[in-house]
Design a binder for this molecule. Structure first.
Ligand SMILES: C[S@@+](CC[C@H](N)C(=O)[O-])C[C@H]1O[C@@H](n2cnc3c(N)ncnc32)[C@H](O)[C@@H]1O
Length: 244
């Protein structure tokens, strides 16, 4: 279904089947990782309390949350107290990682929150289940431009910067507004707060850099952001914005 029609259709059909999942524990996760990933998991488990993850997380949720925990705990400096915001959160699968890296509550906002899996469960249902399991997190279904809170830490993994990914994700091109989104997201930071943006591939990182310059947001380029827990093939690049 074309982007606009499909998006409107699924946004109107909000009913969801329950958030069924197969929860796995840390030993199962370790067995599925390669040697470097296992070593990193062992290190993170000594630094952070991952015990509740085994009660609430499926393998994909563990995998994405471990990656985010590893990255955020390495590159985000200490921030003032206050809530965190994750922009473009899909089904909230990184909430355990974010809540563990930085306690205090996270809001996970997702535009296409009513997209559903073949078994009838929506992203929103999964996001709300994880938010409930990691209080005081919340899953917000909607456009980040509607978010008006103030945040001490914001993460934004893979913002859309070109038309192709929007098309691939089945979203209308009217949502390709990177400058407007960046200006709004940066305005949500409290003084002393930090925004982490992560992009995929060098070309996208160059586009992100140009976006910061156009909008007039000062960002520190972190270069390649590495993690032994990354399931991703393409290299990723990070930027940090500190609100003064
Ligand atoms: C490329 S995906 C990245 C998803 C996730 N952050 C990750 O790293 O896998 C971009 C996500 O941002 C969401 N998104 C795009 N525009 C948005 C907006 N204006 N407000 C909230 N979410 C948005 C999309 O629906 C999609 O889930």
């Amino acid at each position: 279904m074309p982007g606009e029609l499909g998006f409107r259709w699924r946004s109107a059909l909000r009913w969801s089947a329950p958030a069924w999942k197969r929860v796995v524990d840390q030993r199962v996760v370790a067995a599925r990782l390669d040697a470097a990933g296992r070593a990193r998991l062992a290190h993170l488990a000594t630094r952070f309390d991952l015990t509740t993850w085994s009660e609430h997380c499926s393998w994909p949720e563990w995998r994405e949350s471990l990656y985010v925990l590893d990255v955020v705990s390495q590159v985000v400096p200490s921030t003032p107290e206050g809530r965190g915001l994750d922009v473009g959160a899909k089904n909230g699968c990184t909430l355990p990682g974010l809540a563990t890296a930085r306690p205090g509550g996270w809001d996970a906002v997702e535009l296409d929150a009513h997209r559903r899996y073949v078994w009838g469960t929506t992203r929103r249902a999964y996001g709300e289940a994880l938010a409930k399991a990691f209080p005081p997190c919340r899953f917000l279904a909607g456009d980040v431009r509607e978010v008006t809170g103030r945040y001490a830490c914001i993460t934004w993994f893979l913002p859309f910067l070109t038309p192709a990914p929007l098309e691939a994700w089945g979203l209308p091109q009217r949502f390709l507004v990177p400058d407007e989104l960046l200006a709004h997201v940066a305005s949500l930071l409290v003084p002393g707060g930090t925004l982490l943006v992560v992009n995929q591939g060098e070309a996208e990182a160059a586009l992100q850099q140009a976006c910061f310059e156009r909008v007039g947001v000062r960002a520190q380029a972190l270069g390649r952001v590495e993690s032994a827990l990354s399931p991703f093939v393409q290299p990723r690049f990070g930027f940090l914005v500190r609100q003064t």
